[in-house]
Ligand binder design. Structure first.
Ligand SMILES: NC(=O)C1=CN([C@@H]2O[C@H](COP(=O)(O)OP(=O)(O)OC[C@H]3O[C@@H](n4cnc5c(N)ncnc54)[C@H](OP(=O)(O)O)[C@@H]3O)[C@@H](O)[C@H]2O)C=CC1
Ligand SMILES: Nc1nc(=O)c2c([nH]1)NC[C@@H]1CN(c3ccc(C(=O)N[C@@H](CCC(=O)O)C(=O)O)cc3)C=[N+]21
Length: 301
């Protein structure tokens, strides 16, 4: 039987109304909510996110200042712009797209971004607030988006065995903390995990974000499993060649092999026919965090 599809789009739309109402209430007080985005180079994931941000913020009455740099921008030029945004009282948040090129020291940048204007928790101050569940902090949107999906579909994680295949600062680590705060039992897998399938086979919930189509296969999952596939990749065949659709275009996928659809109980994935994945929730949460930053900076929270 085909799995129940979980739709990130549906979750994100349920959040839009509140964001728009808040933005309009701020406008009535004479405050225009505004964020900046900073992109270096032409990373396809960042360009896709940028498009999604511009559309979503437009619908939410949030202004966006889009700053783009060539791939060879100097660190000094990048920092000068970041500092002018930090000081600009009319800009409430700034998102710095990752990855940054090698000549820019990402570790240094994280500390320079004002924690009050950091909607995706790049600054370690916000990651620290996540550790102690301080709700005045900002938590990474991608990880929080997975929790929003559980909430929307009434999936109670308490006491569940959850496997997270990713250990990055934007997803695996923060999500593990959020899940633990809700009393799930969490296992994090990564490239040095000896036998990922031995964990996923027993899991009630599997969250994956590796960017490798087919990394998660039906024989790794139980029939009762809920599979949340956060990854965004392009489909490749066994020879690592891109698979193209009828129009000759690359096909968007997640990590889940398409046959997972007929194995598990519930699924969301960017793999075709699998519910679309969590991307739209990430963008909606970003909008929510920008509103929160604006309210806090204006003494309204
Ligand atoms: N839906 C959304 O809103 C968003 C989706 N994404 C997508 O999520 C994915 C991950 O992003 P991000 O965390 O930034 O990327 P990273 O490259 O930082 O993380 C990839 C993770 O996958 C793990 N991994 C890779 N190969 C394997 C393997 N064979 N077995 C087990 N684990 C493996 C890596 O482990 P290790 O650390 O040990 O190398 C790492 O933890 C990407 O596809 C990205 O496009 C990203 C942001 C937002
Ligand atoms: N600091 C930082 N934080 C990030 O969260 C981050 C990042 N850098 N760099 C790039 C990746 C990629 N990413 C996406 C999130 C949502 C969509 C999204 O909403 N996509 C739409 C489709 C948009 C389109 O294709 O036009 C969807 O899934 O339906 C896309 C991409 C966040 N990332």
């Amino acid at each position: 039987m085909a799995a129940k599809l979980l739709s990130g789009k549906e979750v994100s739309e349920s959040m839009l109304a509140e964001v728009l109402k808040d933005a309009n209430e701020l406008k009535a007080k004479g405050i225009t909510v505004k964020m900046a985005i900073m992109r270096v180079g032409e990373d396809p994931g960042s360009i896709s996110y940028e498009k999604s941000i511009i559309t979503r913020m437009g619908k939410s009455n949030i202004e966006v200042e889009s700053v783009q740099f060539p791939i060879d921008v100097t660190e000094a030029d990048f920092i000068a712009k970041l500092q002018s945004i930090n000081e600009d009282k009319n800009i409430h948040s700034v998102l710095i797209f990752q990855p940054l090129p090698d000549q820019i020291d990402a570790e240094k940048i994280k500390y320079l971004l004002s924690p009050e204007k950091d909607p995706d928790a790049l600054n370690p101050t916000n990651l620290g607030k996540l550790m102690i569940a301080d709700e005045r902090g900002f938590f990474p949107c991608t990880a929080e988006g997975v929790m929003e999906m559980f909430k929307f579909y009434n999936i109670d994680v308490k006491g569940k065995d959850v496997v997270v295949i990713n250990n990055s600062n934007v997803l695996g680590k923060p999500l593990t903390i959020m899940l633990t705060n809700e009393f799930a039992t969490v296992t994090m897998c990564h490239v040095f995990t000896k036998d990922t399938a031995s964990y996923t086979k027993k899991a009630d919930i599997v969250v994956t974000a590796c960017g490798i189509y087919g990394l998660v296969k039906p024989d790794m999952l139980s029939e009762d499993c809920i599979l949340i596939d956060v990854a965004m990749a392009q489909m490749k065949d066994e020879n690592k060649e891109f698979v193209l659709n009828e129009e000759g275009k690359k096909i968007r996928t997640g990590d889940a092999h398409v046959d997972c659809l007929n194995k598990v109980a519930m699924i969301t994935s960017a793999t075709p026919g699998c519910g679309g994945g969590t991307g739209p929730i990430t963008t909606a949460l970003l909008a929510k965090h920008v509103i929160k930053a604006c309210k806090m900076q204006n003494g309204l929270l």
